[in-house]
Design a binder for this molecule. Structure first.
Ligand code: HEC
Length: 127
């Protein structure tokens, strides 16, 4: 990552999140290449994380855990149809071990620390 993109990611992250831990998790999204297609508050190629947070918001802890598991599965396996016709590439390298733990942190960060925006009309949840 070059210095420009790190600065852009870091300042975007600072606007939306507050704690140092959340900041570290934002950096994980960048180091895993997610920021190439996802921003916090506007759709680029993939949905904004604020939209993901809005569409999957859930007060019940068990339902939230199920939502996070479904999101992780989609990131690992890739595919299209939830937010539109553009597919997300598969990320098999995030399936196991330390890299999987990084994905857990990224998804936790999206759901807990990224400010929810709006769930768009085209959102069509699987299952
Ligand atoms: C090449 C572009 C690209 C990259 C890189 C990418 N995504 Fe995506 N992502 C997409 C697209 C496109 C969608 C919408 C897929 C759909 O409509 O089913 C998406 C959807 C998502 C969703 C919502 C899934 C759902 O089921 O609603 C999450 C969460 C997500 N991405 C997280 C990530 C994370 C974390 C990474 C980095 C490890 C990542 N993405 C990397 C393009 C990308």
């Amino acid at each position: 990552m070059n210095r420009f993109s790190f600065t852009a990611v870091a300042s975007a992250a600072l606007l939306a999140v507050s704690s140092p831990a959340a900041f570290a998790d934002a950096a994980l999204a960048a180091s895993n290449g997610c920021t190439a297609c996802h921003q916090l508050d506007k759709k680029v190629i993939g949905p904004a994380y604020g939209q993901v947070s809005a569409c999957y918001a859930e007060k019940d802890a068990k339902k939230m855990a199920a939502n996070k598991a479904a999101l992780m599965k989609h990131v690992i396996e890739g595919g299209a149809g939830v937010w539109g016709p553009i597919p997300m590439p598969a990320h098999p390298q995030l399936k196991d071990g330390a890299k999987n733990a990084e994905l857990v942190k990224i998804i936790d960060w999206v759901m807990k620390d990224v400010k929810a925006t709006e769930c768009p009309k085209e959102f069509k949840r699987k299952g």
